[in-house]
Design a protein around this ligand. Structure first.
Ligand code: ADE
Length: 441
């Protein structure tokens, strides 16, 4: 495979191309890297390649003419290359794209500097704009090296043991399992016994489990596209059951009314059904309805009886299955006591509030907390929201949910609960269904 690197700093690449597997692959002729100095394509005596941007502003841009001449001269040679411009505005490089690029016979890697290149070159003479991450480097040279290494690994023969390329992080869409070498005991930290067992099947199983676990903990987003066997799914479901100890409580007292006064709100049948169905779908351990008013609780109990053991259960067993997660409680204290007794520890309280708060957790942070294995109780308010005395007990607040265009965010508590759960657990959605009847690959 041939890489043509177009840069104003060809010397930048000298040592990276001499060492390690890349150096070896070049010596063995498996790869060819040609360095081209963009200044060689300038025509004035100062070898000018940059100019000021029209419209003013900071910095300089690569002018179109030297770039055009350089690219045209490279394209005139065969095989016809795919031209890649490295820039933070590009498509993000990831494992699969690197593998795809390794199918090409020849790549041109155009390294920008300064403020970038003239847009006409980018739009009309470049095949792909590529970024290596959401940060800005001094120029495209370091990014070109990253692309070179990520792609070269997939060229047959470059990495001696092709099996190791296939086993690397991302190769199956998962992160890699942890590895150990001698000594067996380092400062009292011991190598896992299974790795010393000599039982290859056990070692392989352990590695796969660890790979799934590391991915679950650190990059659950990868699970949505990873290649998972039925055994992998079973393991991940087990991990989910162990780690995600999530509870919901819909508080009817103490909440506030429109005037900000503390009240007990009345029960809503839609909240009973819809949040129970949501909780069941997303693997919530229990959904509490907190209601101290005896008459209100009597109605809820009657409805639950109807759906759990009465005609409703016979008519719609799926609904009975959802309503099984429902628990009635008189107070938040009662909820906490029940969770403490089921989990052996008190849950962290995560409050929702439609008003902005400085200290709110982002959904990414909250999702990490949910995966961490701590029991968590999400407090949802009815009426005009949770009373200050409940908010004061919260360990964390979730960011308010906003729509798209303005600050209007008067969602029903059922809609808010759905959005919240999906944001916290979306990486795991579809983990359960059998692959034969699901769209997950
Ligand atoms: N040039 C400057 N920053 C870059 C990045 N993040 N990716 C690719 N090229 C770059």
């Amino acid at each position: 495979m041939i890489f043509d690197i177009l840069t104003i700093f060809p010397e930048y690449f000298e040592s990276p191309l001499r060492v390690g597997l890349l150096g070896k692959a070049l010596k063995r002729g498996l790869l060819e890297v040609r360095l081209h100095n963009l200044r060689d394509f300038a025509t004035d005596k100062h070898r000018t390649i940059d100019d000021k941007p029209f419209g003013g502003g900071e910095g300089m841009l690569f002018k179109p003419e030297p770039l055009y001449r350089a690219l045209e001269s490279l394209k005139a040679e065969s095989p016809l290359p795919r031209v890649i411009y490295l820039s933070p505005q590009g498509r993000l490089l990831e494992h699969r794209l690197a593998q795809e690029l390794a199918q090409e016979q020849r790549l041109v890697l155009l390294c920008g500097r300064y403020e970038g290149i003239d847009e006409r070159i980018r739009a009309h003479f470049v095949d792909m704009e590529l970024s290596i991450g959401d940060y800005v480097l001094f120029g495209g040279e370091a990014a070109a090296l990253v692309v070179l290494e990520a792609v070269a690994r997939w060229v047959p023969g470059v990495v001696g043991c092709e099996d190791s390329v296939r086993r690397d992080s991302f190769a199956e869409g998962l992160l890699k399992y942890p590895q150990y070498t001698r000594p067996r005991d380092f400062l009292g930290y011991r190598v896992p016994e299974v790795l010393l067992s000599g039982d290859h099947a056990r070692v392989e199983r352990w590695r796969r489990e660890k790979s799934l676990e590391v991915t679950f903990d650190r990059r659950p987003d990868l699970l949505r596209t990873a290649r998972l066997s039925p055994e992998d799914r079973a393991l991940l479901q087990e991990l989910f059951r162990r780690r995600v100890r999530l509870y919901l409580a819909l508080i009817h007292y103490p909440v506030i009314n429109k005037e900000g006064r503390k009240i007990a709100s009345s029960f809503t049948n839609l909240d009973l059904h819809d949040i129970a169905r949501l909780a069941r779908t997303y693997g919530v351990r229990a959904y509490y309805l907190v209601q101290p008013l005896r008459d209100q609780r009597a109605i809820m109990e009657e409805l639950l009886r109807f759906w759990l053991s009465g005609p409703g259960a016979r008519h719609n067993p799926d609904r009975a299955e959802a309503l099984k997660v429902v628990r009635l409680a008189r107070s938040l204290e009662e909820v906490l006591a029940q969770i403490r007794s089921a989990e052996g520890e008190a849950p962290l309280l995560l409050a929702t509030d439609a008003r902005p708060r400085r200290e709110a957790l982002s959904y990414e942070e909250a999702a990490r907390l949910v995966r961490s294995g701590r029991p968590i109780l999400i407090l949802l308010g009815t009426a005009w929201g949770l009373a200050p005395e409940v908010l004061d007990r919260a360990d964390y607040f979730l960011e308010p949910l906003y729509g798209t265009l303005d600050a209007y965010n008067h969602l029903s508590v059922r809609a808010a609960a759905s959005i919240i759960l999906d944001r916290l657990l979306r990486e795991f959605s579809g983990l359960g269904p059998n692959p034969s009847n699901s769209t997950r690959n």
